[in-house]
Design a protein around this ligand. Structure first.
Ligand code: CUA
Length: 317
């Protein structure tokens, strides 16, 4: 059984991998059983009901209720089980735990860049602690890429102009390969990387050693600190308070993940994509009670700067 598993699938290194694999085996083994059953039935009927003499006449059969109900209800039950199970697995694949450790991922032709909460950066290698849920917040600087780690059974498109998320938890230290699995040009097949899973202590050491990254660029600050600095440079505080008071625009305090009432009656959760849209295209959604007076920062702030400002807003609780 283990040899069969290793033949068909890469090693299952994340907690999600086991859930996905269970479903994989259920679908494939039940299909195999059904296929063999059908083949045997076909062979049996060919022999049993073959034409034995010139005078053989097939009787007229209009219907058979018992048979028809049986072959409708059994597949229906199997399909419902598959749906329920598949949906459950989909939900756990797409719902990161609240205490997940967040890493920002920026894809570009043809590299993976990772930014950590203390400002550490790495290219091509994603460093994470073992045993903790990891949530990646991903965006692309150019074309669509896709983040794929076969060992973890996770795959998610990385799209320019918006954020997508993926999460995983790996119980043991080790390494796994990252592939780009969306064709993105000449270097697509070289756009690989690896996840390096450390024990928590080794990870803390790695993170501390790489804090700041070196070079004195403003981006060497922690993203949230850089975001605070950018917000000052851009004079965001002219309209947005950080202490809950109401100014020309809504306050940033407690904004992140908050449900916002829009002037058109709809409600929006202030997640990364909403804040990004509000910075680039402020008039797309107007919070109830405010005027559409904010200018667009399209061309003034790049993706990395916007991500930093969002990180800053997240800290304003
Ligand atoms: Cu990036 Cu293919």
């Amino acid at each position: 059984m283990e040899a069969l598993r290793d033949f068909f699938l890469p090693p299952a290194k994340s907690t999600l991998a086991h859930e996905v694999d269970a479903l994989f085996w259920f679908v494939h083994l039940s299909s195999l059983v059904l296929t063999i059953g059908i083949l045997i039935a076909i062979a049996y009927f060919i022999i049993k009901y073959r034409r034995k003499s010139e005078n053989d006449v097939t009787p007229v059969i209009t219907h058979n209720n018992k048979l028809e109900v049986t072959w409708s209800v059994i597949p229906l039950i199997i399909t419902l089980v598959l749906f329920g199970w598949g949906f459950q697995t989909y939900v756990s694949l797409t719902t990161p735990p609240d205490d997940a450790y967040e890493v920002n991922v920026t894809a570009q032709k043809w590299l993976w860049n990772f930014t950590y909460e203390n400002g550490a950066r790495s290219t091509g290698e994603l460093h994470v602690p073992a045993g903790r849920p990891i949530k990646l917040i991903m965006s692309s600087q150019d074309v669509i890429h896709s983040f794929f780690v076969p060992d973890y059974r996770i795959k998610q498109d990385v799209v320019p102009g918006r954020y997508t998320e993926v999460w995983f938890r790996v119980p043991k230290a080790g390494e796994s390969i990252i592939f780009c699995t969306e064709y993105c040009g000449t270097g697509h097949s070289d756009m690989s990387g690896k996840v390096v899973v450390h024990e928590q202590e080794q990870f803390d050491t790695w993170l501390a050693d790489n804090a700041g990254g070196g070079g004195g660029k403003p981006s060497d600050l922690a993203p949230a600190e850089w975001g605070k600095q950018l917000a000052q440079e851009q004079a965001c505080a002219t309209c947005h308070s950080v202490d809950g008071s109401q100014m020309t625009g809504p306050t940033w305090q407690g904004l992140f993940e908050e449900t916002q009432q829009m002037s058109d009656g709809s409600t929006v959760t202030a997640d990364e994509n909403y804040i990004r849209e509000s910075i680039l295209n402020p008039s797309a959604k107007i919070v109830d009670g405010y005027q559409p007076v904010m200018p667009s920062y399209q061309g003034q702030l790049n993706d990395e700067q916007i991500s930093a400002i969002i990180e800053y807003i997240k800290t304003l609780k």
